[in-house]
Write a protein that binds this ligand. Structure first.
Ligand code: KG4
Ligand code: ZN
Length: 354
C-alpha cells in the first residue's frame, strides 16, 4: 500500500510517502519520500508553541513539503499509484490539526483518493516498527510508555487497535516539564535536548548528583504521574540561589532529569508487575523517548524482565514526523477500512484512545 501522510498536530509540518507491505504487526516499510519542517525557532520567544503561528506556518509550508516529498519519491507526475492519504486528526492543537486535515481532504478530492484520520499517539506507538533497534515485530500484549510534549501515559495494548490507559499525568506532561525547566534555566525551546546535554556534562564531572529534587507520586499505588510539583521545586530552588553559574545550571538539569526518569521507570516497572496480562513488549515512544538517559534506564529493565522485548523508535522518529502517521494509517486502513472516507474529518484536540 502506498500512503501519503501528513502531520501538523503541533510545531512540526511533515509529509511522507511510504510503501508499506506485510502484516499489520510486522510491516515492511519503504520510505519513498520524507520532509519535515520544524517551527521550533519561530516559537522560541513564546517559550512554547503559539497555536495561530503554527497554523499559519503549516499553511505556508504544506504545499512546499508535498512537492518536495513527491519529487524525492519520483512521484511528482505519478500520484495515481498512491492508495491512501493519512492525516493526523488529533490529539494536538486544533488550529494546527485543521490545517493538515483541510489540506489532506482537498488533496483526496483532487486526486480521487481515500483519506484516513490517524490518532497521533497511535503514530508514536507504531514509530517503533520502522527501523528500530529490536525486531520490528510487535509482540502483543504490549505496554507503551508514551512521553511527549503533550502526553505522559502508560497504555496497555492487548490487541492491535485495542487500548486501555493504565495511568497518565494529572498535570504537566513530561516533555512540557522539560521545556518549562529549560526556560527557567534560560535555555531555548524545545528544552528536552538542552537539559539532556547539560545533565550529561554534570554526570561527567560529578559522580553523584549535588542536588536532590522530589520524585512526585513515586510511591502512590496507582500508575498516574505528576510533574508540576517537581517543576515548582526547581523554581523555588532557583529562586533561593539567585544568579547561578553554567556549571550549577548543569547540576540542576541533571537533578531534574534524574528525578523525572526515576519516576518514569518506577511507574513502568509497577505497570509491568501489576498487570494480569503477560506483557511481551515494552514500547517507549514520543519526543522524550529521544532522551539518552531515559533509553539507558529503560534498557536496564531488561535485567528485571528478561523475557520482555523493549522497543524504542530510532531517534529521528521519536519526535513528531509523518512516517509514523503513514504507518498508523496503514494499520488503521487494514483493521478498519470502513474509516476511510467516512464523512468529513474533524480535528480533535483531546482525542484519546477509545
Ligand atoms: O512527540 P513530540 O515531538 O511532540 C508532541 O507530540 O508533543 O515531543 C516533543 C517533546 C518536547 O517537550 C521536547 O522538549 C521533548 O519532546 N524532547 C526531549 C528530548 N527531545 C525532545 N525531552 C527530553 N530529552 C530529549 N532528548
Ligand atoms: Zn508527538
Amino acid at each position: 500500500m502506498r500512503i501519503l501522510s501528513i502531520e501538523t498536530s503541533c510545531d512540526e509540518t511533515a509529509v511522507a510517502l511510504l510503501e508499506v507491505t506485510g502484516e499489520v504487526n510486522q510491516p515492511e516499510v519503504k520510505i519513498l519520500g520524507n520532509t519535515l519542517y520544524s517551527q521550533a525557532k519561530l516559537h522560541e520567544e513564546y517559550g512554547g508553541v503559539y497555536p495561530n503561528l503554527a497554523k499559519r506556518e503549516h499553511e505556508k509550508n504544506l504545499p512546499i513539503l508535498l512537492q518536495n516529498t513527491l519529487k524525492e519519491a519520483g512521484f511528482d507526475r505519478n500520484y495515481g499509484s498512491i492508495d491512501l492519504i493519512a492525516v493526523t486528526a488529533g490529539p494536538g492543537l486544533e488550529p494546527a490539526l485543521w490545517t493538515g486535515i483541510t489540506f489532506a481532504e482537498k488533496l483526496g478530492k483532487d486526486w480521487g483518493k481515500p483519506v484516513m484520520p490517524v490518532n497521533h499517539m497511535e503514530g508514536h506507538i507504531f514509530s517503533v516498527l520502522c527501523g528500530g533497534e529490536s525486531s520490528a515485530e510487535l509482540k502483543l500484549p504490549a505496554l507503551a510508555l508514551l512521553v511527549s510534549g503533550g502526553h505522559t501515559e502508560l497504555v496497555q495494548i492487548s490487541e492491535l487497535g485495542t487500548y486501555k490507559i493504565l495511568g497518565k499525568t494529572l498535570d504537566d506532561a513530561v516533555g512540557e516539564a522539560f521545556d518549562k525547566v529549560a526556560r527557567m534555566l534560560g535555555l531555548p525551546y524545545p528544552g528536552g535536548p538542552q537539559i539532556s546535554y547539560l545533565a550529561e556534562l554534570d554526570r561527567q564531572k560529578n559522580a553523584k548528583s549535588l542536588i536532590d529534587f522530589p520524585r512526585p507520586m513515586i510511591h502512590s499505588k496507582n500508575l498516574d504521574f505528576s510533574f508540576s510539583g517537581l517543576k515548582t521545586a526547581v523554581l523555588y530552588y532557583l529562586k533561593s540561589q539567585g544568579e547561578i553559574s553554567d556549571e550549577h545550571k548543569a547540576s540542576v538539569a541533571r537533578a531534574f532529569e534524574d528525578a523525572v526518569i526515576e519516576v518514569l521507570i518506577n511507574k513502568t516497572r509497577k505497570a509491568l508487575e501489576q498487570s494480569e496480562l503477560d506483557f511481551k513488549t515494552l514500547i517507549v515512544a514520543g519526543g522524550v523517548a529521544a532522551n539518552s538517559k531515559l533509553r539507558e534506564a529503560v534498557a536496564g529493565l531488561r535485567l528485571e524482565f528478561p523475557e520482555l522485548s523493549i522497543s524504542f523508535p530510532i531517534k529521528l522518529l521519536a519526535t513528531d514526523n509523518a512516517i509514523m502517521i503513514g504507518l498508523a494509517g496503514f494499520i488503521e486502513a487494514t483493521l478498519h477500512p470502513e474509516k476511510m472516507n467516512a464523512g468529513p474529518i474533524k480535528a480533535q484536540g483531546n482525542l484519546s484512545f477509545s
